[in-house]
Write a protein that binds this ligand. Structure first.
Ligand code: PHE
Length: 355
């Protein structure tokens, strides 16, 4: 009869097992059999009424049922957990074969590419890259560059004055005066370039009211003889590197208040090779920058003794150089931000340069 009890529980268990399809049901089953008043636990209660000699056997059969249950429980539990995990993984699966949403990347503006090119070149030659304020004072933009108020050469550059004292800088040359003056208590050699934005009140077809220049300034002790030949050599390297090989340079005497002598520098037209074409207006030459030997007044006014110090300066406009380098036919492309044009410069290499 007692054995029958165990068998009965076993039978029910086998039957119940077939109806378990969730983890919750499995846990309920555990309570039903192994809980305090569970079917298996209750079998243990019977032991006290069993004759001693049968106790062992009875106990073993109960243990077997319990063992049986535990095995089933563990196995089923693992099964449900795996099933749950698989479902979750399935839900969270990412189909890596689906086409991705295209991430739109910006591209470097061609003028910025040109600036980086110039910086790399001059840094490799030991120059510092400097900056200065775009909202500049009349003092630094003109007066300290040997251009006193009322000087006729001020008309060369139509300025945007903000107040009587402040204007948008018309030239990066303003930073020449700033650097010199910053060293005035302890003058030392200077080798710097200053790429940056400049502003003039003009807006015809070939000029923009805002454009970029890159000042160059080299100052050294007189005995080191920084000469016109050095300026020429520097500009030859510059032109070769930023526009292209095999171009001739031409120095045309010109006038700037802060250099003496002053020059405008032309390169031979890379389009027609100097024969004459619409780009060079049939002259065979294209003007690219102003340059010269730093005027003694500029040195003196900014704390450098012109008896002891000397050097050269130059200042190309960067839009034209950029147009030449990349073969851009119209300056307006540089400022209208047409995405189709800008994306042309998304190549990340320099394969598009004329070389
Ligand atoms: N700042 C001059 C200009 O804007 C160019 C220049 C720079 C000339 C340095 C001489 C020396 O036209």
């Amino acid at each position: 009869m007692r054995d029958n009890k165990v068998e009965e529980v076993e039978k029910r268990l086998e039957e119940d097992k077939t109806n378990i399809s969730t983890l919750n049901q499995l846990n309920d089953l555990k309570i039903k059999y192994l809980g305090k008043k569970g079917l298996i636990s209750s079998l243990n209660q019977l032991i006290k009424d069993i004759p001693n000699e049968e106790k062992k056997e009875f106990g073993q059969s109960v243990n077997q049922v319990r063992e049986n249950f535990n095995q089933f429980y563990e196995q089923k539990k693992r099964y449900f957990e795996d099933e749950q995990l698989n479902k979750q993984l399935e839900r969270e699966t990412i189909d890596i074969t689906l086409p991705a949403t295209k991430v739109r990347r910006g591209s470097k503006h061609p003028v910025n590419r040109m600036i980086e090119k110039i910086e790399d070149l001059f840094v490799s030659m030991g120059y510092d890259v400097m900056t200065g304020p775009e909202l500049e004072t009349d003092e630094f933009c003109f007066e300290r560059l040997n251009l006193p108020k009322g000087h006729p050469a001020r008309d060369m550059q139509d300025s945007f004055y903000i107040t009587e004292e402040y204007l948008l800088r018309t030239q990066t040359s303003a930073v020449q005066a700033r650097t010199l003056l910053a060293n005035k208590n302890d003058p030392k050699p200077i080798r710097e370039i200053v790429p940056g934005k400049t502003y003039r009140k003009e807006d015809d077809a070939t000029h923009s009211h805002q454009f970029c220049q890159c000042e160059g300034l080299v100052i050294d002790k007189k005995e080191n003889h920084v000469s016109l030949a050095d300026l020429k050599g520097t500009l030859e390297v510059f032109v070769k590197e930023v526009i292209g090989d095999n171009l001739d340079l031409r120095f045309r005497p010109s006038y700037f208040p802060f250099t003496e002598p002053s020059y405008e520098v032309d390169v031979s037209c890379f389009k027609c090779g100097g024969k004459g074409c619409p780009l060079c207006k049939d002259t065979g030459w294209i003007e690219i920058l102003g340059a010269g030997i730093v005027h003694p007044n500029v040195l003196r006014m900014n704390g450098y003794d012109p008896e002891k110090w000397g050097g050269f300066a130059f200042g190309p406009g960067l839009e034209r150089l950029t147009m030449f380098r990349y073969g851009i036919p119209d300056m307006r492309y540089l400022y209208t931000n047409d995405i189709r044009f800008l994306e042309e410069f998304d190549r990340g290499d320099e394969s598009d340069a004329i070389k």
